[in-house]
Design a protein around this ligand. Structure first.
Ligand SMILES: C[S@@+](CC[C@H](N)C(=O)[O-])C[C@H]1O[C@@H](n2cnc3c(N)ncnc32)[C@H](O)[C@@H]1O
Length: 263
């Protein structure tokens, strides 16, 4: 049942991500000194989905390029790319996630800038500032996604690319409580939002502090990138890893590379 979103979802998610990062959730484990040292020698892999690295050829050349890690806080992608020689700005909703990047940058003596905000509003950046945008899975935390694509298009230089990971909407159609027990029961429509769950189930399944999620259609996730002016230049799929039941049936993550035409 569609109930709408009775709260400011982005404000709620900012506080939820701050709490998760402060509590030492897995997203807060930043890169180790060993991983940074390897990245200085160009040995690094970047992930925008849980397990599969972004293909190397999607990233070249990194040295000297201007890179925006969009919704990329937590001390992972940003410090690696900075160590590999990119001029990095990490943009994220959560101040605590951004602190992880700054801590690692300080520890490793890496130049790295941060900016805090909602990824749908990049007005703090001028047009055509970046060569590359890398965005690990975060569209699921935004009620709408079209602005992410139009703003990314605006701040990229002609010929620049947006590499983004997101969740296949099929992930959200199942009854989440039963899915945890390995039972596939189709229950929800796409677009989905956590407020579609009955209140009691939502509280029981997600608790009061977990970030709110939204299941966007593929038309919104891919079609609207094309509408913003991008050309799709790369595509792959990935799963959760471990023993995730749904991922053993279908890959539920997608990575795309979209390029802003030169003219
Ligand atoms: C799954 S984490 C991805 C980043 C992390 N470096 C990684 O590789 O897993 C999602 C990130 O998106 C951020 N985020 C959530 N909603 C956002 C929004 N509306 N605008 C910007 N960042 C957002 C969160 O604070 C979090 O750092």
């Amino acid at each position: 049942m569609k109930r709408g979103v009775p709260i400011d979802a982005v404000k709620f998610n900012q506080s939820a991500w701050d709490k998760m990062a402060a509590a030492g959730d897995k997203y807060y484990h930043g890169m180790t000194p060993e991983q940074i040292e390897k990245a200085r020698n160009s040995e690094f892999r970047i992930r925008v989905t849980p397990t599969r690295p972004v293909p190397d050829q999607w990233l070249a050349p990194i040295k000297g390029s201007s890179v925006l890690c969009l919704a990329g806080g937590g001390g992972q992608q940003g410090p690696l790319l900075a160590a590999a020689g990119a001029k990095v700005t990490v943009f994220d909703l959560s101040e605590i996630q951004l602190q992880r990047d700054l801590e690692i940058a300080k520890r490793e003596n890496l130049p790295l800038a941060t900016a805090q905000g909602d990824m749908r509003d990049l007005s703090c950046f001028e047009n055509e500032k970046f060569d590359l945008i890398i965005s690990p899975c975060a569209t699921c935390f935004c009620p709408t996604v079209e602005e992410i694509w139009t703003e990314s298009f605006r701040v990229l230089k002609p010929g620049g690319s947006l590499i983004v990971g997101f969740i296949n909407p099929v992930y959200y159609i199942f009854d989440a409580a039963k899915l945890d027990r390995g039972k596939f029961e189709v229950r929800h429509q796409i677009p989905y939002c956590d407020f579609d769950l009955p209140e009691e189930t939502r509280q029981k399944l997600l608790g009061p502090d977990r970030p709110l999620e939204f299941g966007h259609s593929l038309e919104d996730l891919i079609g609207l990138q094309l509408k913003a002016g991008f050309e799709l230049t790369g595509f792959y799929e990935d799963g959760w890893g471990d023993n995730d039941k749904l991922s053993s049936m279908i890959n539920v993550f997608i990575g795309t590379k979209a390029t802003k035409p030169k003219s």
